[in-house]
Design a protein around this ligand. Sequence first.
Ligand code: GTP
Ligand code: SPV
Ligand code: MN
Length: 595
Amino acid sequence: MALTKNKAVLEFVDEAAKLACPDNVVWIDGSEAQLEMLRAEAVSTGELIKLNEEKLPGCYYHRSALNDVARVEGRTFICTRRQEDAGPTNNWMAPAEGYETAKKILRGSMRGRTMYVIPFSMGPVASSFAKIGVELTDSIYVVVSMAIMTRVGQAVLDKLGDSPDFVRGFHGKCELDEEKRYILQFPEDNAIWSVNSGYGGNVLLGKKCFALRIASFQGKNEGWMAEHMLILGIEYPNGETKYIAAAFPSACGKTNLAMLIPPEHYRKQGYKVWTLGDDIAWIRLGADGRLYAVNPEAGFFGVAPGTNVKSNPNALASTSRNTIFTNVVYKPEDGTVWWEGLDKNPPRGALNWKGEPWDPDSGEKGAHPNSRFTAPAKNCPCIAKNWEDPDGVPLSAIIFGGRRAKTAPLVYQSRDWEHGVFVGSIMASETTAAATGAVGVVRRDPMAMRPFIGYHVGDYFAHWLDMGKRITKKPLIFNVNWFRTDDGGNFMWPGFGENFRVLEWIIRRCEGEADAQETEIGYVPYAEDIDLDELDYNITPERKFDINALKEILGVEKEYWREDARGIEEFYATIGDRLPPELRKQLDILEENLK
Ligand code: GTP
Ligand code: SPV
Ligand code: MN
C-alpha cells in the first residue's frame, strides 16, 4: 500500500511500474520488522548469507556479480540538455537518448520481481540541510544497504508532504549485463536512472549519484557545496573542538583519517579525534560568515582490505554488528568473514569473493581489492556526539590530498582562498580499485571530484571561487600526501594514526601559532615544527623514519613540479574558456616561481 498521497511520488511510482512491470510494489516504511522480513527473504534466495549471530550480530554477507565490483566511470553519464554543460570530465548523453536507452532496458525487466519504493533523506530528516529522494529498485540488497547508508521510511514522506521537490532514482538490476550497464544522471530533472548493476556507488543512488553528482549541481544553483570529503573534529585538552573537512580520491584514506586515533602521547594529554563523516560533506555558509559542514549519509561504505585493529580499530568496531560485507572472504565453518590485511592468519577452508574454495597459499587474493563493509555510523566508537547536528559544524581547515609517489610534499598550505582553489584544481592521484580500469595510473582528480561533478568542471571551479567571495571567515586550505615513496617503493611516512601530527600542525597554522617557510608552491612546515615525539617507524628494515626522512618528504623538487605544471597545462587546456581566469593566473605564478 502506498505510504503517501503525494501526487508527484505516486505518479513517479506508477509510471515506473507500468514500464518495468513488477509483480508487486512494496513501500519501505523504515520499520525494523519490515527490514528483517526482507533480510530473511534475501537469505532464502541466497542474495544474502546470515553471519554468525554471536560473533557478528545482525551481520550479512553478500557477493556481487563477478563483472560488477566497482563504480563504472566509462558507463556513467551526465545527461544535460546541452553537451557543453557536462564539460570535459564527464561522459555526456542527451536526456531524451538517456531515458530512451534506459527505458528499453527496463521495459518488463521486473516481471516476476518486486519493486521496492525507498523514500530516503540525505541528512538528518529534521535538518534544513537535508534533501529527499525516492529510489525504486528490484534489489533487496539495495533496500537494506540504503537503510544503513541513509534515513529511510515514513518519516521522510511525512516531511516531504505534498511537495514535488525530491530526487527520482530508478534502479533495475535487469540482466547485470555490463555491455548494457548505464548510470545516468539528469541534473536538470533531479533524476537518476541506473541499470544492469547491483554494486555500491552504481546503485545506492543516495550516495555518489545524488549526494555528489546531482547535489553538486543543486549546490551551484543554490549557493552551497557538495564535496567528496570526510569531516572530523579534533578535541583539545581544554575541551574545545576544531573541525576539518578533507577531500581524497576514492580509496585514498578518507575513512582512515576520519576515524584516526592520535598517537599515545597526545592521547595522554587529552587530545581526541571525533568522526562526523567519512565520504561526503554538504557545506553551507553560516550566518556568522563561517562554512558549516553536514554529513548527508548515515553509514559507512568502507574499503575492507587493509582495515584491522591496528590501522583502523574504529572502522573495525563499526562493523561488529548490523553490517553487510560485500565481496570479502566467507568462512562457512564459523559464519564469519576475512580480508587481506585483517590479520596474518588467512583462513583455510574458506570461500573467496567469487564463492570458490580458496587456498591462501595460491598467491591469489581472497577478497576483492574493492570489497566493502556497509556499517551504521552510529556503531562507530568515535562518532561525534554532534554528528547529526542539523546545522553542521564550522570548518577551520579544508584539506586536499592524493596518492602521489613523488612530487607532492607531506603537507603544504595555500597562500589564500584563490590559491587554495588552484591547489584543489590541480590535484592528481594514482587510480585505485574503487573504479573499474587500470590501477596506479596518475590522473588529474580536481578536489577528488573528477568522477562526481554533475556539471562543467570549469563552472565548478568558478563556484568554489564565488563561495570564497561570500565567506568572511574562510577556512585555510591545505594539501597532504601520505603516500610518498622511497626509490624502493616503500611508503616513507607512517600514515594512519600518525597523520595526527600533520593535522596538529594544520590547526596550529589556523590559529596563527606555527611558523612555515614560503616555497614555490605555498607554505611548507619547518621539519622541526612537526612533532616526531615517540614516533617509531621503519621505512625499510634498514631505515628508520627520522627528521631527515621528514625533510625529504617535505621537499619541493622543482624538476617534478615543472613536469607537473606541464600536466596541469594539458588539463586546463581541456577546460577551454570556462576555466576561471583566476586559476590561469595562479598557474602562471606557479610556472614563474619554478623558473
Ligand atoms: P572510498 O570509500 O573509496 O572513498 O575510500 P577512502 O578515501 O575512504 O579510503 P580508505 O580510508 O578506505 O583507504 C583506502 C586504502 O588506503 C586503505 O586500504 C588503506 O590501507 C590505505 N590508507 C589509508 N590511509 C593511509 C595512510 O595514511 N597511509 C598509507 N600508506 N595508506 C593509507
Ligand atoms: C568511492 O568510490 O569513492 C566510494 C565507493 O566511496 S562508491 O560508493 O562505490 O562510490
Ligand atoms: Mn568515496
